[in-house]
Design a protein around this ligand. Structure first.
Ligand code: SF4
Ligand code: SF4
Ligand code: FES
Length: 326
């Protein structure tokens, strides 16, 4: 404890559940006197050591390195060893601790991470090399600083699954690979030594890339600033650059881009056609008729917005930046 730091009362409400013994989920209340900078993990370990030896949790390094102690702290995915009690008590009056979401609970705060790791495995998270050009044995393979710069965030990942727990797309769709798996995939797609870029992009386009909701909750949850949602955006951009509009997701993105450039606003009808083709438009006809009856203006081509010249300027600057990069 720092010499001049006062102790505060920290109320904990900790999720308790023991499915193996048929217990019902419940919250157990504990109180400790702690210095405000004390990590939540330290508080939980004191509860376990001094009050309740049955409390089950997972941890190892206590230094935000191993990724074992991710849990929900006042409903947000956090590393317990890296989250001090003081600010939580100040903001919420207490500390509610739950196990991570999107993974089955084994006991108390410990989850079965199989769903997280099985999605990761599907990304083939290793270099795929051309057998005709194997790595030179015993030698290093040089990369330029610019090449390394492209994936400098992803090696920071500690596989804590905080992003996976925070992701609504994982919750909604078992096919969605999850933010960490996609960030890792990006790392291999831009690695100049990897020879499977086309295979990787084609595969992921049909295996969930476009299911990401762009909510950025994964980036908000990530304790290592990997910014998975930005890596997913980069993957989408690479997929469109390399393969064009081959999927409904990529066609939607391209259509959206052109719509805004053209009029500064969305033309919903046109976007449906651009995304799903004439067949998709026909399938949406009954819904279109309902919309037309209630809000006919939504089925008309919208007029260009005021200040469209400013929008066009932004597009032109972005196009110039891109051509300078390439
Ligand atoms: S941005 Fe995408 S990957 Fe990240 S939490 Fe939202 S839906 Fe999940
Ligand atoms: S991307 Fe961030 S939140 Fe997700 S597993 Fe890696 S370190 Fe954890
Ligand atoms: S205990 Fe290792 S990251 Fe928290």
């Amino acid at each position: 404890m720092f010499a001049d730091e006062k102790l505060i009362t920290v109320p904990f409400d900790v999720y308790r559940y023991d499915p193996a013994h048929g217990g019902e989920p419940r919250y157990q209340h504990y109180e400790l006197r702690l210095a405000p900078h004390t990590p939540i993990l330290t508080g939980l370990l004191r509860i376990r050591d001094e009050m309740d030896p049955t409390l089950t949790l997972r941890y190892s390094c206590r230094s935000a390195i191993c990724g074992s102690c991710a849990m929900l702290v006042n409903s947000k995915s956090r590393l317990a060893c890296h989250t001090p009690v003081g600010p939580e008590v100040k903001e919420h009056g207490r500390i509610v601790v739950d196990p991570m979401r999107n993974q089955p609970i084994l006991r108390d705060l410990v989850v079965d991470q199989q769903p997280f790791w099985s999605r990761y495995e599907k990304m083939e998270p290793h270099l795929i090399l051309d057998p005709k050009h194997p790595m030179p044995e015993g030698q290093t393979t040089a990369m330029s600083p610019a090449q390394v710069e492209r994936f400098k965030e992803t090696p920071r990942c500690i596989s804590c699954a905080a992003c996976f727990s925070a992701c609504p797309a994982v919750e909604a769709d078992p096919a969605f690979p999850g933010p960490m798996a996609l960030a890792k995939l990006y790392r291999f797609v831009v690695d100049p030594r990897d020879t499977a870029q086309t295979h990787r992009l084609q595969k992921i386009q049909t295996e969930g890339l476009w299911l990401c909701l762009r909510c950025h909750l994964c980036t908000e949850a990530c304790p290592k600033d990997v910014r998975p949602s930005e890596r997913i955006r980069d993957l989408k951009e690479l997929a469109v650059q390399a393969q064009g509009g081959t999927e409904a997701g990529s066609r939607h993105a391209i259509g959206f881009l052109h719509n805004i450039e053209e009029r500064g606003t969305l033309n919903e009808l046109k976007l449906v056609r651009q995304t799903s083709g004439i067949g998709g438009l026909a399938a949406s006809l009954p819904q279109g008729v309902r919309i037309w009856r209630k809000k006919p203006e939504l089925t008309q081509s919208p007029p260009p917005i005021e200040g469209l010249d400013q929008v066009k300027k932004i597009y032109s600057t972005l196009k110039d930046d891109k051509s300078e990069e390439s």
